[in-house]
Ligand binder design. Structure first.
Ligand code: AMP
Ligand code: MG
Length: 507
C-alpha cells in the first residue's frame, strides 16, 4: 500500500477514535452493566448506511465503505475512547414477569456528539455474546438487521420518536435460526437505551442495595434526560407522569400510521418514549383492528387494537417499579391517570388531521367510528385509504368522481358512499377548502411505509449480496409524504406471495 493510502486510513482511524468522546452510562456504578468485548466477525462488509443518521453525528456517509469504519462498526476494532458494555435489565414479557434479561446481544460503545447538541449513544446490535445472552448466540441475522435498519429510519422520517440506525455491517458467519442465515451488526443510536425494565430490575430484586440502585438510576435519567424535572416538588412522580405522557403520545402516533410493534414487553419500552427494539413489527395493510403482526404472539396480546391499553399496562409496570421512590400509591396512580386523557387527546387530534378536519365537533367520534367499521368491512389498505382520502372533494354536486380511485378500491361501495356522504357534509360544516385540505392531509398521511413485502424483497436480494434495494427503499422511505412518481410501485398493495410472509420473535 502506498504511503499516502496508509496516511488516509490512519487519519480516518483517528476520526473513528475521536467519534466516541465520552461515556455517560459507564459513570453509573458497576452493578448496572458488565464490561464486555465484541466478538470479532470474519471478513466483514458494508451492507447499508443511513445518510441522515450519519449527518446527525457529522459523519460523511461515504466513509462507511472504508475498512476502518467497517471494522469499527462490526465490532472488530474498538474505538479508542469506547468502553464497551452490556446493560442489565429485567422485564415483563407477554404479561408475565420474566426476571433478569439484559443486553444479550447489544453492546454499548459510548457517546457521540450530535450536531444539535444532544449526545447520542452508539450500540452495536448482534456483536456477540454477553453475560446476559442466556441461551442466545449474541448474534443478529441479516434479515432482522435490515428490517430494524429500514424501519428505524422510516419511523424517523414519519416524524415518530425512535432509536436511529446508522449502518449495517455484514459477515458470512453462519447463524442458526429456523434455517442457517448470515450474521450482521446494526449500529443503533439513541440518547439512551434505558428501558422500563431497567427500573423493574431493581424493584423486583433481592439485591442488597436495590433501593439505592433504583434511586441512582432514576436520578441519572432525570439528570441526563429530564433536567426540567430536577426541581419538581416530587421528581419521581414527575418522571412517571412525563414518561406516561410520552408513551401515550407515542402509541397514538403508532396507531395513526398503522404501526404495530409486535413485542410490547416492558423491556422493549424506552424510558425516553422512543420506538425501540424492532423485531416482528408490521404496518397495517388490509384493515383489521385485531391484526397480529407477530407470528409468535398466539393470543394477540400485542394486536393493533391492543397497543393503546398495553402502553398503559406498561406504564403501570413502570409506576410499580418507581413506587419505592414515590412512596404514595395515590401519587403514582394520579401520574398514571393522565395516560387515557393524553392518549385520547393525541389520537383525536391525529384522526382529525388525517381526515383534514381543522375543528373538533361532538359528532366526530361517530364519523370516525363509522369510518373504521367501513374500512374493516372493506378490508381496505390502511395507508392507501388515508392517502387517497385527500382526493375526495367537498362538493359532489356534479358527481365529479373525485374519489373514483378510492371508491374503486372498496368491496362494499354502498357502505363507502354512505360514509363519504357523511364525511363531505362534515367538511362542508367547516367550509373546508379542497386544495388546502389536500396539502395538509398529504403531509400527515404517508404514501410510503415499510410494507413487509418491500422489506422482504430487499432482504432476499441482500441475501444474494445485492444491497441496492435497501438503499432504494431507504431513499423512498426517507420522504414518506412526498409524491415520488418514479417510485409509484412502492406504494402498491402487497402481491399475493406476500400473504405467506410471517414474522416472529426469531431474529
Ligand atoms: P427481544 O425479544 O429481542 O427484545 O429480546 C429479549 C431478550 O433476549 C433481550 O434481553 C435480548 O438481548 C435477548 N436476546 C434476543 N436474541 C438474542 C440472541 N440471539 N442472543 C442473545 N440474546 C438475545
Ligand atoms: Mg428487546
Amino acid at each position: 500500500m502506498a504511503n499516502k493510502e496508509i496516511a488516509k486510513i490512519t487519519n480516518r482511524l483517528s476520526h473513528m477514535d475521536e467519534l466516541i468522546f465520552d461515556h455517560s452510562f459507564a459513570t453509573l456504578p458497576p452493578q448496572f452493566f458488565t464490561r464486555v468485548v465484541p466478538t470479532p466477525m470474519p471478513a466483514p462488509y458494508l451492507v447499508a448506511s443511513s445518510p441522515s443518521a450519519a449527518a446527525m453525528i457529522g459523519i460523511d456517509h461515504a466513509a462507511f465503505s472504508d475498512d476502518d469504519f467497517i471494522v469499527s462498526f462490526v465490532g472488530n476494532h474498538i474505538p479508542a475512547k469506547a468502553q464497551p458494555l452490556a446493560a442489565v435489565y429485567s422485564g415483563h414479557q407477554f404479561g408475565v414477569w420474566a426476571g433478569q434479561l439484559g443486553d444479550g446481544r447489544a453492546i454499548l460503545l459510548g457517546d457521540v456528539a450530535s450536531k444539535d447538541g444532544v449526545r447520542m449513544e452508539l450500540q452495536l446490535k448482534g456483536a456477540g455474546r454477553t453475560p446476559y445472552s442466556r441461551m442466545g448466540d449474541g448474534r443478529a441475522v441479516l434479515r432482522s438487521s435490515i428490517r430494524e435498519f429500514l424501519c428505524s429510519e422510516a419511523m424517523a422520517a414519519l416524524g415518530i420518536p425512535t432509536s436511529r440506525a446508522l449502518c449495517i455491517m455484514g459477515s458470512d458467519l453462519p447463524v442458526m435460526r429456523e434455517t442457517v442465515e448470515s450474521a450482521a451488526v446494526v449500529t443503533r443510536m439513541a440518547p439512551s437505551f434505558i428501558r422500563f425494565g431497567s427500573f423493574e430490575h431493581w424493584t423486583h430484586s433481592t439485591h442488597n442495595n436495590h433501593q439505592s440502585a433504583l434511586q441512582t438510576l432514576s436520578d441519572y435519567v432525570i439528570d441526563q434526560f429530564y433536567p426540567a424535572l430536577r426541581d419538581a416538588p416530587q421528581p419521581y412522580v414527575a418522571l412517571l407522569r412525563e414518561v406516561t405522557r410520552r408513551t401515550a403520545h407515542l402509541v397514538a402516533q403508532w396507531q395513526a400510521v398503522g404501526f404495530m410493534h409486535g413485542v410490547l414487553n416492558t423491556d422493549n419500552m424506552s424510558i425516553l418514549g422512543l420506538t425501540l427494539d424492532y423485531g416482528p413489527f408490521g404496518f397495517m395493510e388490509a384493515f383489521d383492528p385485531h391484526h397480529i403482526c407477530n407470528h409468535s404472539d398466539q393470543h394477540g396480546r400485542y394486536a393493533y387494537h391492543m397497543q393503546p391499553q398495553i402502553g398503559y399496562w406498561n406504564c403501570y409496570a413502570l409506576g410499580q417499579a418507581l413506587l419505592p421512590l414515590i412512596g404514595d400509591v395515590e401519587e403514582a396512580q394520579a401520574a398514571l391517570a393522565i395516560y387515557p386523557i393524553e392518549y385520547k387527546n393525541k389520537i383525536d387530534a391525529l384522526w382529525h388531521a388525517k381526515l383534514g378536519l381543522t375543528t373538533q365537533l361532538p359528532d366526530d367520534d361517530q364519523l370516525i367510528a363509522n369510518m373504521f367499521s367501513m374500512m374493516q368491512s372493506n378490508h381496505v389498505d390502511f395507508t392507501q385509504f388515508f392517502r387517497r382520502l385527500s382526493q375526495v372533494q367537498t362538493s359532489n354536486v356534479d358527481n365529479n368522481n373525485s374519489d373514483t380511485a378510492l371508491r374503486d378500491s372498496m368491496l362494499d361501495r354502498a357502505a363507502f358512499d354512505s360514509w363519504a356522504a357523511q364525511y363531505r357534509q362534515r367538511l362542508q360544516q367547516e367550509n373546508s377548502v379542497d386544495k388546502a385540505r389536500k396539502e395538509a392531509m398529504n403531509s400527515i398521511n404517508p404514501k410510503y411505509v415499510l410494507r413487509n413485502y418491500l422489506a422482504q424483497i430487499a432482504i432476499e436480494k441482500a441475501q444474494n449480496k445485492d444491497f441496492s434495494e435497501i438503499e432504494t427503499l431507504l431513499n423512498i422511505l426517507s420522504r414518506p409524504y412526498d409524491e415520488q412518481p418514479e417510485a409509484e410501485q412502492y406504494a402498491a398493495l402487497p402481491p399475493d406471495w406476500a400473504s405467506h410472509l410471517e414474522v416472529s420473535c426469531s431474529s
